[in-house]
Design a protein around this ligand. Sequence first.
Ligand code: SF4
Length: 362
Amino acid sequence: MARLGLERTIWETVIRRASVEAIRGNNPLLHGGQLQSVRIQSQLAAKFSEDTVFSVAQLNRYGQCPFKFFMTNVLRATPAQEKADELDAAEQGDLYHEVLRKLFESVGTKVDIAWRASVPERLDKLLDEAWVRWDGEDANRRHQGRERALQERMRAMLHKWWQFEEGQLAERQGVVIPKYLEWSFGFPLEEGVASTSFEHSVSLGSLRMRGRIDRIDTTADERFLLYDYKSRSIPQGQSQGYDFQLQLYTAVVQQALLPNSKLAAAMYYSIEGVEQKGTVIKGAADDLGFGRRRKVSEEEWVRKVDGAINLAKVYRQSMQSGAFPVAPRVPLSHCARVCEFRHVCRFDPVQNARSEEFEGDE
Ligand code: SF4
């Protein structure tokens, strides 16, 4: 009997799914990520109102794929994860951030030759100290052989990164100083954040923001360089327009931290990849060793920042109206292999193309 009950449940599920697919076949917009209930829409309007404080990561996530945003920020679904024996990617990123913050906190008032010469030894010490703390937090993960190998790998990466960084600092010696490290806004103040950080959010027009900026270098003549560290790859989406972290962070800094300063460059900075990608401003960055890197005019950058703020507001309106379509702008390889929701989102490139056609016909 129990077996019959199970079979019945399975068949009911199959029939229900088949009927949904039949409806989607006639109208791909139905069951396509648009929440129709007026009651739910009014709840969403309150949840994503002008009083809501957004992080750039949330807005970028909506830009990458509204359905992914729905899973994480509306349903608050968290994929099950097995406890790893060694540091996962996020923990490795935290460790790199901590080492670099402490390294640059030791600079003092000038990046001079003596400080530069001390860096390799400082990196080793900072990494070892951070490692001991991590190790002490979870003794169950002490698989000594693998752990040691990972630690040495990260050490080698930090030294490789320093070779590149030292070249840049040497070129800019006396001109720039890494001044604000882990500068945050809209978060509770805690140990390790820059003392200039503040707890309140920053408003860009009607958009309230919170965030943490990894590093801001300044010059004596009031220019600044903004960096966002990544452990490995630099996010795609800057040129496609769905990643606007650097634009929004620049606007926040110019409004709340350095109102009299000009942006010279805003860059993603991969530690292991030893590369930087972002925007360098013509004129403002000419003497800062950016070589033949493509530069944009200040006016062009201001247009991009304004565009990013406006796009973020459009996203907010879409969230309020319940629009969470399965419409990824990330590469399909991300859907196929990386996204933690790939098993539940029913992403179908053919179906998506049909939805776009259908919307165009309306
Ligand atoms: S797999 Fe792709 S379409 Fe599905 S939620 Fe993730 S990013 Fe969106």
